[in-house]
Design a protein around this ligand. Structure first.
Ligand code: TXA
Ligand code: MG
Length: 325
């Protein structure tokens, strides 16, 4: 198992040497390596079982340190960075030559962000390179929001997990780029919503159509964030319970408990107040907990499609075998 510690000097030693360290962020835990070292980067892909065509986000301590890694910094980039960094926004920007091709999977743009977590910012400040870090889960599985999540799945493959406690937000960052027409475009929905971005940019922001032919963001494809248990997403939970009544059912519901004639092995109500930030904070831990119970089916209730509910439903749709209805 990995050492779980707050020792950032120890983490620096491992990273300087080309090793991997799991790091906390405000969104989810990342599996970090030296972002300028192709061998260290290769071990991220190997450890996660991640396809090499799925690019990585570079994490920086501040804007100035990021500048050499991106070619063009527009007023809109500055505005967004000033407003949302450190925070759960990732920007896709044209890369310079110092970004190894393996980081971007050969794509011309690099994903960059400044995470909002004291311990990781403290670590990044000590380094003279950015940290490349995808979520610290085996490829395709639910992202980790606690050190124990990382340790259970990757603990035998990595030496250290920096202990930043539970991730404050619980859902991956919003990814924003500019399309060929210069229109700001969301490539992954997240905690920072379309409305938040439009307010700051004072213009319309579009949402990337992941069904289009070009594979611009491979991680946006389906079958991500998925438990091993057969997962059904629905807004009509009572019906789904009835349809599956002969099976061992686990249920993750939004704000109401479902009591009825059918026995449910385990139910978790995410937020009795109906608060979507609480749902985001608790969701992945709940999915992991129920996934460990050997259930036949995991039912998850859709949340309202407002605010960060859109990003929550986006993840749930990808994790479920049937989409929304
Ligand atoms: O909140 C987060 O973003 C977390 C924390 C650790 O920072 N990171 C994270 O990384 O979720 P990952 O690798 O699990 O998801 C990043 C997504 C992937 O779907 C990847 O395809 C996309 O970002 N991405 C990364 N670089 C890209 C690029 N150059 N062009 C297009 N998509 C990119
Ligand atoms: Mg991921």
């Amino acid at each position: 198992m990995a050492i779980i510690t707050k020792n950032i000097q120890g983490a620096k030693t491992i990273l300087d040497d080309g090793g991997l360290v799991a790091i906390p962020t405000e969104t989810v835990y990342g599996l970090a390596a030296k972002g300028t070292d192709p061998d260290a980067l290769a071990s991220i892909f190997k450890t996660k079982g991640r396809p090499s065509n799925n690019p990585l986000i570079l994490h920086f301590s501040d804007f100035k340190t990021m500048e050499p890694y991106v070619k063009v910094i527009t007023d809109e980039v500055r505005l967004l960075a000033n407003t949302f960094w450190p925070g759960p926004l990732t920007l896709l920007l044209p890369k310079t030559a110092i970004v190894p091709d393996v980081v971007t999977a050969g794509l011309p743009r690099v994903a960059v962000r400044i995470p909002d977590h004291k311990l990781t910012l403290g670590l990044l400040k000590k380094l003279d390179y950015p940290l490349a870090a995808p979520s610290a889960n085996p490829s395709g599985y639910i992202s980790p929001t606690k050190p124990s999540h990382v340790n259970i799945q990757l603990g035998d493959k990595i030496p250290m997990i920096l202990d930043g406690g539970n991730c404050e937000k619980g859902l991956e960052s919003t990814i924003l780029g500019w399309n060929d027409d210069g229109i700001p475009t969301i490539y992954r929905k997240g905690i920072i919503t379309k409305g938040d971005l439009e307010t700051v940019l004072n213009k319309e922001v579009c949402i990337y159509d992941s069904h289009s032919q070009t594979l611009e963001a491979p991680g946006m494809l389906s079958s991500h964030y998925a438990p091993n248990t057969r997962t059904l997403l629905s807004s009509t939970i009572s019906e789904k319970i009835d349809e599956n009544k002969h099976l061992k059912i686990g249920l993750i519901s939004f704000k109401n408990a479902y009591e009825g004639d059918v026995a449910i092995t385990k139910e978790i109500v995410l937020s009795s107040d109906g608060a979507l930030d609480e749902v985001a904070y608790k969701l992945y831990a709940a999915m992991r907990e129920l996934d460990g119970l050997g259930l036949d089916v995991l039912l998850i209730e859709k949340v309202p499609d407002t605010g960060i509910g859109e990003a929550i439903n986006d993840r749930l749709t990808r994790s479920a075998i049937t989409g929304t209805e």
